[in-house]
Design a protein around this ligand. Structure first.
Ligand code: ADP
Ligand code: MG
Length: 244
């Protein structure tokens, strides 16, 4: 494992007087595949949204390569091109083709040439098996195909870290596998990944560390072999028992 890429220090987040994240400390090293599991409402999405600067923490810090990202739009955009996010609901632009979806951000945010944006799009659409669909509109695709396009679009930015918020939760069961397979392949490339998921077999097999969140706390942050075979925390045990 390499150097620390993202360091979350004493992070708390409240909505009104509801404390949703409580004193979170997590260091993420280059190449790590971190799966975050836990019940609905435990704060998993809010944590990812704080990491991606879609949500501002109430206290604590998030460091990217030892530096805090300044709260100005230019720096946030630059940071988001390094730390991308894939959403449960894909968030593709429905009025654009697959190719246009994949070229938009690289053109607008990275200001790369049309040719370079096209080449990146084709490369990453091939990676996810969606190159034959460049001219399709999202409405013509299945959920699994849409999510694979969304992943390709994120890869076009050449991110260092990709955050995934339940990327397969909106999919019909028969499409979950194709998206998880794409993510498994990505995990082998050295990309740093933080994945919120309810796919326990995937977390067990692919993650380098699994974090169990409970009521806004990191209740457990251990190797998957440890979490899935020997959970220390009674709440982890109870949570996992629901998946057996
Ligand atoms: P998870 O992703 O683990 O299901 P979330 O991070 O979405 O959990 O939510 C954690 C808690 O924070 C929930 O109780 C949720 O209702 C609350 N919450 C999330 N976003 C907001 C918001 N924008 N305003 C108020 N409460 C929120
Ligand atoms: Mg969530």
């Amino acid at each position: 494992m390499g150097e620390t890429v993202i360091s979350i220090k004493d992070l708390s987040k409240s909505f009104g007087n509801h404390e949703v994240l409580r004193k979170i400390d997590i260091d993420i090293e280059a190449g790590e595949i971190i799966c975050i599991v836990g019940s609905s409402g435990s704060g998993k999405s809010t944590l990812l949204r704080c990491i991606n600067k879609l949500e501002r923490q109430t206290s604590g810090k998030i460091l990217y390569h030892d530096k805090e990202v300044r709260n100005v739009q230019k720096d946030i955009n630059e940071y988001r091109s390094r730390v991308g996010m894939v959403f449960q609901s894909f968030n593709l632009f429905n009025n654009m083709t697959v190719l246009q979806n994949c070229m938009l951000c690289t053109r607008k945010v990275l200001h790369i040439s049309k040719e370079e944006a096209f080449n990146r799009a084709i490369t990453h659409l091939k990676d996810v098996g969606m190159a034959p669909y460049i001219n399709a509109k999202p409405s013509q695709l299945s959920g699994g195909q849409k999510q694979r396009v969304a992943i390709a679009r994120s890869l076009c930015m050449n991110p260092e870290v990709l955050l995934f918020d339940e990327p397969t939760s909106a999919l019909d069961p028969e499409m979950v596998g194709e998206v998880l397979n794409v993510m498994k392949e990505l995990a082998k490339t050295g990309l740093t990944m933080i994945i919120v998921t309810h796919e326990m077999a995937f977390a067990r097999d692919v993650s380098t560390r699994t974090i169990f969140m409970d009521s806004g706390y990191v209740a457990e942050d251990v190797a998957p072999s440890e979490l899935f075979t020997n959970p220390k925390n009674p709440r982890t045990r109870e949570f996992l028992s629901r998946y057996l």
